[in-house]
Design a protein around this ligand. Structure first.
Ligand SMILES: [Zn+2]
Length: 240
């Protein structure tokens, strides 16, 4: 048997197998694409924050309506009291004094309510700003996810288009390799990262770089047997 020819064919098979392995790995990565997952997580976070922001904004609006209602009531109460005070119907000094205190208390509450209404409006403004930022972020992330999904689908299409013909090519090449060599190749390739055949390069193993012994080089030259690298165990192909 011409080992050199066999190893050359095995090397061709190895090239196709490595291409298949790379594409299969890429396919698996595309199916669980990290970028897609990161964007999906970002979108979920945006949505949750947006919901919370909107809910808080609405809660504050309801609170503001309650304050405004009380404010309106207090204004009317004050106006009524002022009318009574200057209406000329009250003559008792103690009653007048009581009424004046009452008016002062109502006005203090009106002041408090106005401050609280203003603060509530300011907090709603801040939330509105947050909301529009979150909406922008959500729109950006959704667009990016859409774009990424298209890229993944396009690439998956390419990979799926290439794999079947590579498989056919692989089977054809495997048929051309001697059974003994093929069996050895299949047995070894799992543990050697798919690289079983190594070319000899300047008296060294082309893969691991170890310098080959005179005995190994001699056996290779005569081409009488399969020869392995003494260091990494790969099958050596000596191209004259
Ligand atoms: Zn080696």
């Amino acid at each position: 048997m011409n080992w050199r020819t066999q190893l050359r064919r095995t090397l061709q098979l190895q090239l196709v197998d490595r291409r298949i392995s790379a594409l299969t790995l890429e396919r698996r990565q595309l199916m669980t694409d990290e970028r897609t997952q990161a964007l999906q997580r970002a979108i979920r976070t945006d949505q949750q924050q947006l919901e919370q922001t909107v809910a808080e904004w609405e809660r504050l609006l309801r609170h503001q309506r309650v304050l405004e209602l009380e404010h309106k009531g207090k204004l009317q109460e004050r106006d009524r009291s002022v009318q009574r005070l200057y209406g000329g119907s009250m003559h008792n000094a103690r009653d007048l004094d009581g009424l004046q205190k009452n008016i002062a208390g109502t006005e203090a509450r009106i002041g408090e309510l106005e401050t609280e209404i203003l603060e509530t409006m300011e907090r709603r403004d801040v939330l509105s700003e947050q909301r529009s930022k979150l909406e922008d972020s959500l729109a950006r992330n959704r667009a990016a996810l859409d774009q990424r999904s298209k890229e993944v689908q396009r690439r998956l299409g390419e990979v799926d288009g290439q794999l079947p013909s590579l498989q056919v090519d692989r089977e054809e090449r495997a048929r051309q390799v001697d059974v003994t060599v093929l069996r050895e190749y299949e047995r070894m390739r799992g543990g050697l990262d798919g690289v079983v055949v190594a070319k000899v390069s300047e008296s060294s193993c082309g893969l691991c770089g170890v310098e080959l012994s005179a005995m190994v080089l001699n056996t290779l030259r005569h081409g009488e047997d399969l020869v392995r690298c003494e260091h990494c165990g790969r099958l050596l192909l000596d191209e004259p």
